[in-house]
Design a protein around this ligand. Structure first.
Ligand code: AP5
Length: 261
């Protein structure tokens, strides 16, 4: 479990009863970041790359739901079954279910390695709940990276996405193809297309983003933590751009608790 190139996220994915191995690399001055942006913009891809650069843990709410979806039906609570139904349609899962799931895992927010929150918060209500929790527990939020990309590129990224059944690594049929067709480079697992990447679900997801998640940019601008980053170009270019933007922010705002290397 875990390792330099595979984040150990047992406590996040399985719940508080599971324990993670200590994160390798730097744990002094950990980064605590939110990755914001429409579905398919590349948040998960960037979170994996930023994990290698910043050593903070990749905490994706979508991954928790998908991990639950891989369990036997009889092992799922009624709330989790309902959550998976919303997800299949492309709708947002109700705030109460999401918040209960995050609250159970709030130890991950206090982890010494820091965090990269991906896919959460997604509504103003979730953002306010997270803000209260972090303030009450004295956890600083260093920045909210807002990835921006034209909608045509987003649909293209989503329609070509393939995910490994085993280790959840993400590929794209033309932009980031695996070395052997339909097999994961990392573990050899079979690649599949996510149910919510079908055109009818993608439409619902983009509408839900515009209506419920896009307003978070104003919320975080108001908190002076919003960091817009263009998501055009290769994943490597976007990662460099993100790290440069974070470093620039750190240089400009040394008194706000932004980590120093
Ligand atoms: P979630 O898993 O969070 O999905 P999402 O936000 O819709 O984001 P995606 O995972 O689709 O995209 P991404 O931005 O991570 O892009 P990726 O890196 O994969 O949520 C799924 C569902 O769970 C929601 O719809 C909802 O139902 C539920 N849910 C989760 N959290 C919730 C919450 N807080 N509240 C309520 N409901 C919640 O990249 C996409 C593709 O593009 C890949 O194929 C990749 O290889 C490719 N790619 C990436 N970067 C590049 C690049 N630079 N150039 C070319 N291709 C690229």
């Amino acid at each position: 479990m875990g390792g330099a190139d595979q984040p150990d996220r047992a406590a996040w994915l399985q719940g508080p009863a599971a324990h993670c191995n200590p994160q390798p690399g730097k744990t002094e001055n950990p980064w605590r970041l939110i990755l914001l942006g429409p579905p398919g913009v590349g948040k998960g891809t960037q979170a994996e790359m930023l994990h290698l650069r910043l050593h903070a843990c990749h905490l994706s709410t979508g991954d928790v739901f998908r991990a639950a979806g891989a369990r036997k039906e009889c092992d799922l609570s009624p709330a989790m079954k309902a959550a998976l139904e919303y997800m299949r349609r492309g709708d947002l899962v109700p705030d109460s279910i999401v918040w209960e799931m995050v609250l159970e895992r709030s130890g991950c927010l206090r982890c010494g390695g820091g965090f990269l929150l991906d896919g959460f918060p997604r509504t103003i209500h979730q953002a306010e709940s997270l803000k209260r929790l972090m303030e009450n527990q004295n956890i600083p939020l260093h920045a909210v990276v807002n990835y921006e990309l034209p909608q045509g590129d987003i649909v293209q990224r989503l329609s070509g996405r393939r995910t490994c059944k085993e280790c959840k690594a993400v590929y794209h049929v033309t932009e980031r193809p695996p070395k052997i067709a339909d097999a994961c480079d990392r573990c050899g697992g079979a690649l599949f297309q996510r149910e919510d990447d079908r055109p009818e679900s993608v439409k619902v997801r983009l509408e839900a983003y515009e209506e419920k998640t896009a307003p978070l940019t104003e919320f975080y601008r108001g908190m002076r933590v919003l960091l817009p980053v263009s998501a055009t170009g290769t994943p490597e270019e976007i990662c460099e751009r993100t790290v440069a933007a974070l470093e620039a922010r750190k240089a400009k705002t040394p008194a706000t608790g932004v980590p120093h290397s």
